[in-house]
Design a protein around this ligand. Structure first.
Ligand code: BTN
Length: 240
C-alpha cells in the first residue's frame, strides 16, 4: 500500500476541521486524521454526528489530479470500501444507500461526509470523513442505527478495520479504476428499485429510483412519468 501519513488524536471538535487545517497548510495526498472522540462531529446537511468513544471517526485528505466533475467518485469508493471491509473482516452483509450511507438490515452503520476545495484549474483537496459505529454505544432511542459490536457481539479492533479499509479504498481509487467504482457500488445498493422521497435544498421529488447514472446522480421516475436526475439530497426509502 502506498505510504500515507496518519495523525491520531484523542479528542477533537471534528476530524473534518483538523483535516481542513492540514490541507490548507499543504499536507500531502492521503493524509489521515483519526479521533477517539469528537466533541462536535458533523454529518451531512448540517446535522450533528454523535461521536462517542468506541466509534471509528476519521477524515482522509486527498489531493487528486482529476477533473472537478469526477470528484464524486471518492464518496462512492469510500462507502463501497467500507461495505467490503465489513464483509471481509466480519462477514457482515452491508448494503449501500444513495448517496453514501452504509446499512445493515435497514439500519445505518456508517455515514460519509465530504468537503471539497476547488482551485483555479482543478481540485485543491477533497476531504472524505467517515464515521463508523464500531464499539460505541447505540442507545435504545437510535432505532435506525447499528454498530459492528451489536452484530458480532464482541469488542472489535478499530485499527484493524481502519487498516483494511485504507487498503481497499486505495485500490479502488487507483486512476485506471475509476470507471468501475459506480458499477461496483451499484451491485451492493438498496436504493435502485425502491420508492423514494428525495429532499433537496428547494424541492421534494417522489418516485421510483431506477438507476444511478455515470455521474453518481440518482435517476427517479415520478408518478407522472417524468425522469429526474438528482445529484445530491436526502433520500428516504418508502419502507423506512
Ligand atoms: C452522515 O451520514 O451524515 C455523515 C457522517 C460523517 C461523520 C464523520 S465522523 C469523522 C468525520 N468528522 C466529522 O465531523 N464528520 C465525519
Amino acid at each position: 500500500m502506498e505510504n500515507y501519513a496518519i495523525h491520531k488524536l484523542d479528542k477533537i471538535d471534528s476530524t473534518m476541521n483538523y483535516a481542513k487545517q492540514l490541507a490548507e497548510n499543504g499536507c500531502k495526498n492521503f493524509t489521515v486524521v483519526t479521533a477517539k472522540l469528537q466533541k462536535n462531529g458533523r454529518g451531512r446537511l448540517e446535522r450533528k454526528w454523535l461521536s462517542e468513544i468506541g466509534g471509528l471517526y476519521f477524515t482522509i485528505v486527498l489531493k487528486p489530479k482529476i477533473a472537478i466533475k469526477k470528484a464524486f467518485v471518492y464518496n462512492f469508493a469510500a462507502s463501497s470500501a467500507i461495505a467490503e471491509t465489513l464483509k471481509y473482516l466480519f462477514k457482515i452483509d452491508a448494503k449501500l444507500k444513495w448517496p453514501n450511507d452504509v446499512h445493515i438490515s435497514g439500519k445505518k452503520i456508517c455515514g460519509i461526509l465530504s468537503e471539497i476545495k476547488i482551485k483555479e484549474n482543478g481540485i485543491d483537496y477533497i476531504n472524505i470523513g467517515i464515521g463508523l459505529n464500531v464499539n460505541n454505544p447505540i442507545s435504545a432511542a437510535e432505532i435506525k442505527s447499528v454498530s459492528v459490536n451489536q452484530i458480532t457481539g464482541q469488542t472489535e479492533s478499530k485499527t484493524k478495520i481502519l487498516e483494511t479499509f485504507l487498503i481497499n479504498f486505495q485500490k479502488k481509487i487507483e486512476p485506471n479504476k475509476h470507471n468501475k467504482i459506480i458499477s461496483e457500488w451499484k451491485t451492493k445498493n438498496i436504493t435502485v428499485g425502491a420508492f423514494v422521497t428525495v429532499k433537496t435544498a428547494n424541492k421534494k421529488i417522489e418516485g421510483e429510483a431506477i438507476d444511478i447514472d455515470r455521474s453518481g446522480a440518482l435517476v427517479v421516475i415520478t408518478d407522472n412519468f417524468r425522469i429526474k436526475k438528482i445529484s445530491h439530497g436526502d433520500c428516504f426509502h418508502l419502507s423506512e
